[in-house]
Design a protein around this ligand. Structure first.
Ligand code: NOJ
Length: 709
C-alpha cells in the first residue's frame, strides 16, 4: 500500500481522504454486493428453492410482516401495501385495484370499457390486449399486484358488480379470465382472481351465507377460477366477503385448502378481500395466506398463536412460502421496479384500444326496418341525461377509474355527423320538451343508463327514474327512435315494441361517444354478443324468489342449482327477451358444413373437435361469433345445453372461412358428488353449433362408448 501510494505521489492527507471514500463506497455498495451473495438471490435456482432458502433466513417477525398489509399505507397511492425488507432484499408489495383501468384514484391512466363490455366482444384476443393495457399501466404506476379480474359467474341479474364481471357462463368466464390474466401478467404485475367463491351479490355481502350444493359449486362457480389457474397461471386469489355453506370464504378449509389448493392445484397465494378476515387460527388453518389490508388477525395475534403453538411454524411457513414463491416466479426479486404512482401511464395507443374495445363490445339488439346504420338522415335528436355531458361510462366502487377525458355521446355524434346533419340535444328531464325535440328530428337517439357499483345491488331490473317514460314519450313523438343502453347488465324494456332500434353499449369508458357514433353511422359493424341473458319480465329469471336473492335470515339459497343464466331459460322453457350469446350485425352470415370428429369417443381424455364454414352473405365486412353447446344424455341430469367452445371470425363480403373449435373436454361430463370427481358416462352427446344459445341449427352426435374416469 505504502509503495503504491509513493508511486502515485499521494500525501498522507489524500490517503486519509481516500480511505474515507473507500469506506463510504463500501457502505453504499455493500448491500448490493451482499444481495448478490445471498443464496436466494441466485437466479439459477428454482422459485421454490429460493423461497426455502429465504424462509430459513427469516425471523418470526419478518415472516409475520409478509402475511398482512399495513394500513395506513406509507407511500402515495395503492390500496394494499406490504413493506419491503431491505435486510433480506424482499421488495415491497404494492397492490392496486384495476378492472377497467388503474383504480384507487390514480391520475393519468386510461379508462377502458367495463369488463362486461370487453367480454361482449367474445374475443379472447381482445381480452388479452385489455389485460396487457391494464398490466402495463399498473406497472408504470409501480403496482406489482393488480387486483383483478373479477370472474364470478353472474347468478343474480341485479348484482351490483355485474358490469365488472365477465358473464353468466362458467366456461365463457374461464376463457375470458385466462386471456386477460395472461395479458396482465405479461406486463409485470401479478394478477388476482377475485372474488373467491360464491360472491354473487352485494346485498348483505359481509354476512350473507351462500347455501350451495357441491355439484353446483363444482360445475358452475368453481370452473372460472380453475381456468384462471390452468389457463391463466394466475398468481394470487382474493377470498370473498361471503360465507359458502356457513363458513366465511377466508377461513373455509373446503373452499381454500380443498377446492383451490388441493383440487385445482393453485400454488400462488390467497389474500383476503378488504376486511374479509374473521379469525386468526381458523384462517391460518383454513388456507388464508395473507390478510388485507391490515394486521387485525395476522399481526400480533398470529405471532402469539405461533408462539403458543395454536398455529404451527410449518403452517406459517407454508403461507409465507406461497407468497415468496409467487414473487420469485414473477421476477419481483430480479426485475427493477421503476414505476411510481405519479407516472403518466397513458399513451395514444391505449386511447385507441379503449375505443376499439368499446366498439367491439357494443351489442345490436334490435334493428327493425334496418334503421341502422344511419343513412340519409338530415337531423338527429339526442335525448337523455346519459347522452349529455355526464354520461355513465363506468361503474362505481373499487372499479372506479379517474377518466382522463370522456367523449360524451352528443359530442361523439356531432363530430361524426358533421355539418350536413343537424344534431339537437335535450336532457329528457321534461317529457314534453323531449317530445317536441323528437318530433322535430328525422331520427331520435335516446340514451338511458343504470348506476351500478360495489356495495349495493340494483333494487330491480327497471331503468331507474323516469327513463322508461322518457323512451315511451319519445317513441310516441317519433317512431324512428333508437335506444342506447349504458347499463352494466340486463334491464327490462317495456317499450321494446315501440322503438326501431336498441343498442347495448354497457359502460363504454372514456371513448363513449366516439364508439357509439362509429356503430350508429356504420363505420364499424356491430359484432358484440350478450355475455348474459336479458329477461322478458322481472319474475322470469332464475333467481326470482327472496330465498334466492337477496336471501332470508342471512341465507341465500342457490336452489336453482345448475340452472344459472340461459341454463334456466332452456330448462324451464321460458323465452328471454334476448338470449345469451345473441347480437346482430349490419351484414348477414351463413353457417354450414359442420363436421365433428371423432363421433365415437372414449376412453378419456376426450379430444373432440368441430369445424364449420362461415360465410358472410351480406354486402359489408363484419364479424360473426360461432358458438358450440353440448347437450348431455338426459340421465346425466345436466341442463339442456352448455357452452363448450366459441370463436370469432372476421369476414369480407362473400368470404367463407372454416372455423375450428376445440370442444371443452369437461362438457362431456358432470360432477358425481358420491364419487367426488367428474364422470363421463357412455351415451349420446349432441354438439350444437350456431350463433346464439337459442339459435343452434347445426347439430352432430358424439357417442361416448367407454369412459373410464
Ligand atoms: C373490496 C372489493 O370487493 C375488492 O374487489 C377490492 O379489490 C378491494 N375492496 C380493495 O379495494
Amino acid at each position: 500500500m505504502g509503495e503504491w501510494r509513493r508511486r502515485v505521489g499521494f500525501s498522507e492527507v489524500t490517503g486519509a481522504v481516500f480511505m474515507l471514500l473507500a469506506a463510504l463506497l463500501f457502505v453504499v455498495v455493500a448491500p448490493v454486493r451482499s444481495s448478490a451473495r445471498e443464496p436466494w438471490m441466485n437466479k439459477s435456482l428454482s422459485a421454490g428453492q429460493r423461497a426455502d432458502l429465504l424462509i430459513r433466513a427469516m425471523t418470526l417477525d419478518e415472516k409475520i410482516t409478509m402475511v398482512h398489509g399495513v394500513h395506513p399505507i406509507p407511500v402515495k397511492g395503492y390500496v394494499g401495501y406490504v413493506p419491503a425488507n431491505p435486510r433480506l432484499h424482499i421488495p415491497a408489495l404494492k397492490l392496486s385495484d384495476g378492472r377497467a383501468g388503474v383504480g384507487n384514484g390514480a391520475k393519468d391512466v386510461t379508462l377502458l370499457p367495463a369488463p362486461i363490455a370487453a367480454t361482449a366482444s367474445w374475443d379472447t384476443g381482445l381480452l388479452n390486449t385489455y389485460g396487457r393495457v391494464l398490466g402495463e399501466e399498473q406497472w408504470k404506476k409501480g403496482t406489482n399486484v393488480e387486483l383483478g379480474p373479477t370472474i364470478d359467474v353472474v347468478r343474480v341479474p341485479e348484482w351490483g358488480r355485474t358490469f365488472e364481471s365477465l358473464g353468466e357462463d362458467p366456461y365463457f368466464n374461464g376463457q375470458m379470465a385466462a386471456a386477460e390474466i395472461k395479458g396482465i401478467q405479461s406486463e409485470g404485475p401479478i394478477a388476482d382472481a377475485n372474488m373467491y367463491l360464491t360472491m354473487n351479490q352485494e346485498s348483505n355481502r359481509g354476512k350473507i351465507n351462500s347455501v350451495v350444493d357441491e355439484r353446483t359449486l363444482q360445475e358452475i362457480y368453481l370452473p372460472p377460477f380453475a381456468a384462471a389457474v390452468s389457463g391463466g397461471d394466475v398468481g394470487t386469489f382474493m377470498c370473498a366477503y361471503v360465507k359458502t355453506n356457513d363458513v366465511y370464504s377466508c377461513e373455509n378449509p373446503h373452499v381454500l385448502n380443498g377446492l383451490l389448493k388441493k383440487q385445482i392445484g393453485f400454488e400462488g397465494w390467497v389474500m383476503s378481500d378488504w376486511g374479509a378476515t374473521h379469525s386468526t387460527v381458523g384462517s391460518a388453518e383454513g388456507g388464508l395466506d395473507q390478510e388485507m389490508p391490515s394486521d387485525k388477525y395476522y399481526g400480533q395475534a398470529l405471532k402469539a398463536a405461533v408462539e403458543n403453538g395454536q398455529v404451527s411454524v410449518a403452517t406459517l411457513d407454508e403461507h409465507v412460502r406461497r407468497i415468496l414463491v409467487t414473487m420469485f416466479r414473477h421476477g419481483l426479486f430480479d426485475k427493477e421496479q421503476t414505476g411510481n404512482w405519479s407516472a403518466n401511464a397513458r399513451s395514444p395507443k391505449h386511447d385507441l384500444f379503449s375505443r376499439k374495445a368499446a366498439e367491439q363490445g357494443i351489442v345490436l339488439l334490435k334493428n327493425r326496418g334496418d334503421i341502422l346504420p344511419l343513412a340519409g338522415v338530415s337531423s338527429l335528436a339526442v335525448i337523455g341525461a346519459d347522452g349529455g355531458n355526464k354520461p355513465q361510462v363506468e361503474g362505481t366502487g373499487s372499479s372506479h377509474v379517474v377518466a382522463p377525458y370522456v367523449v360524451s355521446p352528443v359530442e361523439g355524434i356531432r363530430k361524426r355527423a358533421g355539418a350536413g346533419i343537424r344534431v339537437s340535444y335535450a336532457d329528457g328531464s321534461n317529457l314534453a320538451q323531449a317530445g317536441s325535440a323528437a318530433r322535430a328530428a328525422s331520427v331520435v337517439i335516446v340514451f338511458v343508463n343504470t348506476i351500478e357499483g360495489e356495495g349495493h345491488d340494483r333494487p330491480n331490473l327497471e331503468l331507474p327514474g323516469n327513463q322508461d317514460q322518457l323512451i315511451a314519450a319519445v317513441a310516441r313523438a317519433n317512431p324512428k327512435t333508437i335506444v342506447v343502453l349504458n347499463t352494466g347488465g340486463p334491464v327490462l324494456m317495456p317499450w321494446i315494441g315501440h322503438v326501431r332500434g336498441v343498442i347495448e353499449a354497457w359502460y363504454p369508458g372514456q371513448e363513449d361517444g366516439n364508439a357509439i357514433a362509429a356503430i350508429l353511422f356504420g363505420d364499424v359493424d356491430p359484432a358484440g354478443k350478450l355475455p348474459l341473458t336479458f329477461p322478458r319480465t322481472a319474475v322470469e329469471i332464475p333467481t326470482s324468489t327472496p330465498e334466492q336473492w337477496p336471501g332470508i335470515d342471512g341465507r341465500s339459497v342457490f336452489s336453482e342449482k345448475l340452472e344459472v343464466g340461459y341454463r334456466w331459460y332452456d330448462a324451464t322453457g321460458h323465452k328471454p327477451l334476448f338470449p345469451f350469446g345473441y347480437g346482430m350485425s349490419y351484414t348477414t352470415f351463413r353457417l354450414s358444413h359442420l363436421v365433428v370428429a371423432p363421433t365415437t369417443a372414449g376412453p378419456l381424455p376426450l379430444d373432440v373437435h368441430a369445424t364449420v364454414n362461415v360465410t358472410n352473405t351480406g354486402r359489408r365486412a363484419g364479424a360473426e361469433v360461432v358458438e358450440a353447446y353440448i347437450g348431455q344424455p338426459v340421465a346425466n341430469g345436466e341442463p339442456p345445453r352448455q357452452l363448450c367452445a366459441f370463436a370469432k371470425v372476421f369476414l369480407k363480403p362473400g368470404e367463407t372461412r372454416q372455423v375450428k373449435l376445440s370442444i371443452d373436454p369437461r362438457s362431456f361430463s358432470y360432477y358425481d358428488t358420491a364419487a367426488h370427481h367428474w364422470v363421463s358416462p357412455p351415451g349420446r352427446y349432441t354438439v350444437m353449433v350456431g350463433t346464439s344459445s337459442s339459435d343452434l341449427p347445426l347439430q352432430r352426435e358424439v357417442t361416448i362408448e367407454s369412459a373410464t374416469n
